[in-house]
Ligand binder design. Sequence first.
Ligand SMILES: [Zn+2]
Ligand SMILES: [Zn+2]
Ligand SMILES: [Zn+2]
Length: 319
Amino acid sequence: MKAQQVNVLSEKKLRSIVVEVLEVILSKNIENLEPQYSEDIGFFYPDVLPIASKYNVSEESLLKELTKMGVLKEEPFKHVIRCPSCQSVKLISHFKCPNCGSPEIFRRTAFTHILCGYIGILEEAEEKNGVRICPKCGNPIKKDEYEVIGMMFHCKNCGFQTEAPYPAYECQLCGRKFDYQDADYHQYFRYVVVKEKIKELLLENFRILMQGALQKRGIRAQINTHITGKSGLSHSTDVLVLGKNKQITIDLVIDRDDVFKILGKSVDADAYDHLALIRQGVEVTPSIQENPRTVIVIFDNLMEGIETAAEKVEEMLRG
Ligand SMILES: [Zn+2]
Ligand SMILES: [Zn+2]
Ligand SMILES: [Zn+2]
């Protein structure tokens, strides 16, 4: 059912999630997202998991979406065997007989005892205090005193001998038993952040989400447009509200560069009202704060900032 929820993810929801992930990447200055392992939940992405669970989507489908958008680049991280039923990586592995499927399969190591030249099966030699005894010379078979000639696995159930028994697994979470043919071979990726794409993608999503928040309040707005100032210069504007008596520009300020962009505009295009959504921590020049026709909304969470900005615009249009 979870997979289905991901497929019917609405465009608005996807944009909101993307904005939240980009904000985390920006605020923590993250360069790559690497899976971590926990005993309880297996592999997970610590910076993405809280957002993914909040919106009830899988972390990996979210990361795939961001990769498609060009803001992340995937690099192989680990190939892992997972339970085909519950995707857990907590598995107990053992061998099975390829002939009859019995788990009663034992290793037999053919060896030669260097001291006396005896050739036999190591596992069949008598064991005393954890050390095998050579059946020919009676000396303990020490590590550096024998050579391995070959290794075979022998099935106690059907007598089959093989060099390649089947790996088989038992899931510690759901209890499913399965062999290598049914195993879920899963590739985990490390995601490298494409820095220069973050701002572009954040802006693109902001404009559409801002327009949507205004629309919900019955306010029509244009996005990614230009206005002309009294100097005749053209200024780009993320969102432009065309009210009956008032025209309001709305701009997102992510970093210091953006501050100068809105500064010039608020001075030159003084026939307009301005609203600046400024990311917390970005230093603002006093001339912006003192401009009576510029309203500032400082945000920590952009989705909340958009809602606050939409309310402010409503107020500005009213009076
Ligand atoms: Zn067998
Ligand atoms: Zn010997
Ligand atoms: Zn399982």
